[in-house]
Design a protein around this ligand. Structure first.
Ligand SMILES: Nc1nc2c(c(=O)[nH]1)N[C@H]1C(S)=C(S)[C@@H](COP(=O)(O)OP(=O)(O)OC[C@H]3O[C@@H](n4cnc5c(N)ncnc54)[C@H](O)[C@@H]3O)O[C@H]1N2
Ligand code: MOO
Length: 403
């Protein structure tokens, strides 16, 4: 049975994928969403030449010989400009963010002055170059400028920028609804007392958190026993609930109790691909039931989570029209030697540190069994070992994906 390469699996997973739709949301609800259109500025910022410091708006030429005393003819504060003109020998008391008065061409910070006794004069103790501490109009951005592009994810920086551009709403991708179902007679929810042959279900908690982080709307369908009719019923409830994606956990392999494909086959499941040349994660299933995508993740907790990072992550991002769908890969150097790799692309849990020369050093943990959640939680990254990679020495370059 030949295995599909990770690259080919990505291609098939993402071929022809369309975002699930768009909607307009207020800025206060846009965090974590993906822009459905480019965003242009509705204004110029700053809209006027503005002072960057507290001090005095002056004519730089007046200060070519110092100390020199100037007449203070008024005040300019943020939100309250000064209407008059600064003539030779004059200054305006000014505060950060205030519009620069006509006639002035520099700001002298107050630390470099001595106030006159009556307050209507100031002595400049230092010269200033023209334009000192002035933010010219449009320094940040100009009216009509494209500052955010379609497909970008909105975070705190993008939201502040959108607000400064005077947008109170943004058109974003709708959140894909992703239902997930754990399968297995051995599973009980945390907090319950497992029977003698049972364990506590963990994968769904990783998935729910990951989906929320990805901007999706997670729908937890709970745990189904190893019974095809129950699994099928749960899948039907996902369809009825309008899920864009159904994720199953476990039952993906070839054992007598690995029922996911059989169960879903009864309700119209069509297989896209199954079994990938990767470790962990070989039994990954991809397909659809009508318009609902189905991703069958292997049950081993690390396999489940690694497959979610590598396949569910790009799928959910592509369904939101993200400009970048994959988790970014970086380069590091190995902190320990690794042996030659087999036919499956390996994703090794590794700790990260820095070498004295400033390289990121990735040291794979010694035991890589795909059931070990404690090891996963102690790891910082996955080291990618391509199929048939030869043995590699300490210091060899490698690709990593941060966790
Ligand atoms: N003869 C073969 N056996 C197996 C193969 C194979 O190719 N031939 N593949 C192995 C690989 S690789 C993996 S990965 C596992 C995955 O199998 P399944 O997806 O069918 O997973 P299960 O058998 O249902 O469970 C495996 C393991 O994970 C535990 N599990 C399941 N769900 C959860 C959950 N929600 N939370 C925590 N733990 C869970 C389950 O109890 C099992 O211990 O198959 C190999 N076998
Ligand atoms: O692919 Mo399985 O995930 O090696 O344990």
């Amino acid at each position: 049975m030949s295995l599909l390469s990770v690259e080919e699996a990505y291609k098939r997973l993402l071929a022809g994928i369309q975002p699930v739709g768009t909607e307009v949301v207020p800025l206060s609800e846009a965090n974590g969403r993906f822009l459905a259109e480019d965003v242009y500025s509705l204004r110029t910022q700053p809209p006027f030449d503005a002072s960057a410091m507290d001090g005095y708006a002056v004519r730089a030429h007046d200060l070519s010989r110092v100390p020199t005393t100037l007449q203070v003819i008024g005040t300019a504060a943020a939100g309250h400009g000064f209407d008059g003109t600064v003539n030779p020998g004059e200054a305006v008391r000014i505060f950060t963010g205030a519009p620069l008065p006509d006639g002035a061409d520099a700001i002298l910070i107050q630390e470099k002055t001595r106030a006159g006794e009556t307050g209507d004069t100031v002595t400049a103790l230092s010269s200033v170059p023209v334009d000192e501490y002035i933010r010219p109009a449009g320094l940040d951005f100009a009216l009509g400028q494209k500052l955010l592009t379609k497909g970008r994810r909105l975070g705190y920086r993008e939201l502040a920028l959108a607000a400064a551009m005077n947008h109170d709403t943004l058109r974003v991708a709708k959140r894909p609804k992703v239902a997930f179902l754990a399968t297995g007679d051995e599973l009980v929810p945390p907090g319950e007392e497992p029977g003698p042959d049972q364990i506590v279900a963990s994968n769904g908690f990783a998935l729910g958190a990951m989906l929320a982080d990805l901007g999706a709307e997670p729908v937890d369908l709970g745990i189904a026993p190893d019974a095809a009719d129950v699994i099928a019923d749960k899948a039907r409830s996902a369809i009825d609930g309008g899920a864009h994606v159904l994720v199953t956990l476990g039952g993906a392999s070839v054992g007598d109790h690995d029922l996911v494909q059989t169960a879903l086959g009864d309700i119209g499941f069509e297989l896209g691909f199954w079994r990938i040349a990767m470790v962990p994660g070989k039994p990954l299933i991809s397909g659809h039931i009508g318009p609902m995508r189905v991703l069958g993740l292997p049950g081993n907790p690390v396999s489940s989570i690694v497959c979610a990072l590598l396949f569910l992550h790009p799928l959910v991002r592509a369904l939101q029209g993200a400009s970048e769908v994959h988790r970014p890969e970086e380069t590091a150097v190995l902190g320990d030697p690794v042996g030659g790799n087999g036919e499956r692309q390996a994703y090794l849990r590794a700790r990260l540190s820095f070498s004295r020369s400033g390289h990121v050093v990735a040291t794979p943990v010694s035991f890589q069994d795909s059931s070990l959640l404690a090891t996963l939680s102690g790891a910082d990254a996955l080291v990618i070992r391509p199929p048939f990679a030869p043995p590699a020495e300490v210091g060899s370059p490698c690709k990593i994906i941060r966790l």
